[in-house]
Design a protein around this ligand. Sequence first.
Ligand SMILES: *[C@@H]1O[C@H](CO)[C@@H](O)[C@H](O)[C@H]1NC(C)=O
Ligand SMILES: [Cu+2]
Length: 184
Amino acid sequence: MHSSTLFITLAAALGLVSAAPTDNTYNPTKTYAAPRTTHTVVAGRGGRLIFDPDNVVAKVGSIVEFHFNPLNHSVVESSFGKPCQPKDANSFFGGFFPVREGQSGEVFQIEVKDTRPIWFYCAQNNGAHCQSGMTGVVNQIFDRQEFSLRAHRELAAKVQEPSGVQAGIQGGWRIPNPNPLGGF
Ligand SMILES: *[C@@H]1O[C@H](CO)[C@@H](O)[C@H](O)[C@H]1NC(C)=O
Ligand SMILES: [Cu+2]
């Protein structure tokens, strides 16, 4: 065996280079990032109708992880101009998280897929949570005050209809809390 062939064969065996690309092999056109940043948001912190924090700055590819305090909150994706309603058929919805004390054993994670603002609200109509200000945003455009979270809340306060939900959980991952001792 020629020595360079031997090297390639050994290197392939050791996983240093891939021999022939198959569907499972390393794909150089894809980004294999380091562990992703997770931004935690707590719904209902302190028994209040809030998301905390409600204004998140998150890089593309990072995760926003919603935790749920009492009593029965939810999270749905909306749009700036139409608060308390799903943005469209693909908008994420984590379902409801009834919890009497502490925090729900489950969280809802979404991925930040691009740099556009992501508006969200709690769809609990028992107490009109969204209309009362239980809304938030990821990546607000800070130099456009007309599209601020505060302006969005002013619109939400005027919504007469009940908040909308999706038919089922979608657009993210509802999973057991990966860090149950993390507080909240
Ligand atoms: C939580 O709220 C949703 C929506 O209002 C409701 O359908 C569900 O029954 C509630 N769950 C509990 C346990 O109260
Ligand atoms: Cu709520």
